[in-house]
Design a protein around this ligand. Structure first.
Ligand SMILES: C[S@@+](CC[C@H](N)C(=O)[O-])C[C@H]1O[C@@H](n2cnc3c(N)ncnc32)[C@H](O)[C@@H]1O
Length: 369
């Protein structure tokens, strides 16, 4: 099996400095416990660290991108060597007059692998910018947040985010969604603009959806009017560029998680490889749970089917896969119906509560005995 993405996309820079996939869905879908060996797509590492908080025996964080793995490695080394407040400074969530992020990086540098050291040594500006917002996608969101039409709509955005009932949200959204705002949203998050500036043309290779901007605008409308905004950290970060309160953000950032993570950080293995080739080297039953992000939609249907076959072989009986579809339908192929059982009702109910509102579907498959 040969990855199609690796040959066409550049992985020189951080594409995602936050994971835009709701960790709560993974809690209910995977129910990770101390006997689990978990495979997780790395991305910015937020959900790897979240899964680690459940205390599994091991988490394998896999990514094609050295930049994404370097980011998670720095987080892990930071957890191991810093106090909580300094860890937040390192990531750019706090500004400390005493120790800026570049000084903290110098302290951590000797503990990093050659890969992470050479990545960060030549990218000082990422620390000035703030690691948590340095990704290509987050920069793209920043361009939206600072567009004059969005700046003018800021009072309505703040009213929306302060709403405490759906009725209040709906009134605030009516005010926010002027024709100018809606037109900008559709244009900015349309296929052409996103492929050129926010994601990568290769990520759209298998996308048939004609009106990408209209699709995202519809999902945004749903997130603003159809589900509570009060605890929606993903919506806040999308609209404001930062979480209002870190206590509402991903649990791995909380003070109460930090000591637990210090004890667990050694259980993460970083793997820079294509998912396809990594799986082909694993023995049967090597894994019990897997978080696969939305990787299947970067693959042709044929490759995606083959990867499901390998995942099924690597999973223990009762083990589970969790994954999203963003713009392309990808599910376990029919020929695996005797091996992988989709947990449709649970997956649908979780998708309905997905605070990372972009996705068109969420799937959970359980390995049959
Ligand atoms: C799949 S992307 C998804 C991010 C986000 N949900 C989105 O669609 O914009 C998350 C990570 O998966 C990695 N990735 C993509 N295809 C992969 C593959 N075949 N094997 C390993 N990692 C892969 C990317 O480098 C990226 O860091």
């Amino acid at each position: 099996m040969k990855s199609e993405v690796a040959t066409v996309m550049s992985f020189d820079d951080v594409r995602y400095s936050c994971v835009w996939e709701d960790h709560r869905l993974l809690d209910s879908a995977l129910n990770v416990n101390c006997s689990d060996t978990v495979l997780s797509i790395c991305s910015a590492g937020c959900n790897v660290l979240h899964l680690l908080l459940s205390g599994p025996a091991k988490v394998v964080a896999i990514d094609l991108s050295p930049a994404q793995l370097s980011l998670l490695e720095l987080k892990l080394i930071g957890i191991g060597h810093l106090e909580h407040e300094d860890f937040l400074c390192l990531l750019g969530y706090r500004t400390s007059t005493q120790r800026c992020a570049t000084d903290l990086y110098s302290t951590l540098r000797p503990h990093l692998s050659d890969r992470a050291r050479s990545f960060f040594d030549s990218r000082d500006t990422l620390f000035h910018e703030g690691l948590f917002r340095c990704g290509r996608l987050e920069r793209y969101f920043h361009g939206f947040q600072t567009h004059p039409t969005v700046v003018a709509a800021r009072p309505a955005i703040e009213r929306l985010l302060r709403s405490s009932s759906l009725a209040e949200q709906q009134r605030a959204f009516e005010e926010l969604s002027s024709p100018a705002f809606t037109d900008l949203f559709r244009f900015y998050f349309g296929r052409e603009m996103m492929a050129k500036n926010g994601r990568d043309p290769a990520q759209f290779s298998h996308v048939a959806h004609g009106d990408v901007g209209g699709y995202f605008e519809g999902r945004f409308r749903h997130a603003c009017m159809g589900m509570p905004v009060a605890d929606n950290f993903y919506l806040r970060q999308f609209l404001l560029g930062h979480p209002l309160e870190l206590e509402d953000a991903q649990p791995y950032l909380r003070r109460s998680s930090f000591h637990k993570l210090k004890a667990l950080a050694g259980r993460v293995e970083l793997v820079q490889e294509e998912l396809e080739s990594y799986l082909s080297r694993q023995p049967d039953g090597a894994l019990s749970k897997a978080n696969l992000s939305d990787v299947f939609e970067y693959m042709s249907e044929g490759l995606s089917d083959a990867v499901f076959g390998e995942l099924s072989r690597c999973l223990r009986a009762g083990g589970r896969l969790a994954y999203w579809n963003l713009l392309t339908d990808r599910q376990r192929p029919a020929q695996l119906r005797g091996e992988l059982a989709p947990q449709k009702a649970l997956a649908l109910s979780l998708w309905k509560a997905d605070r990372a509102w972009f996705y068109k579907a969420f799937h959970i498959d359980e390995r049959l005995p």
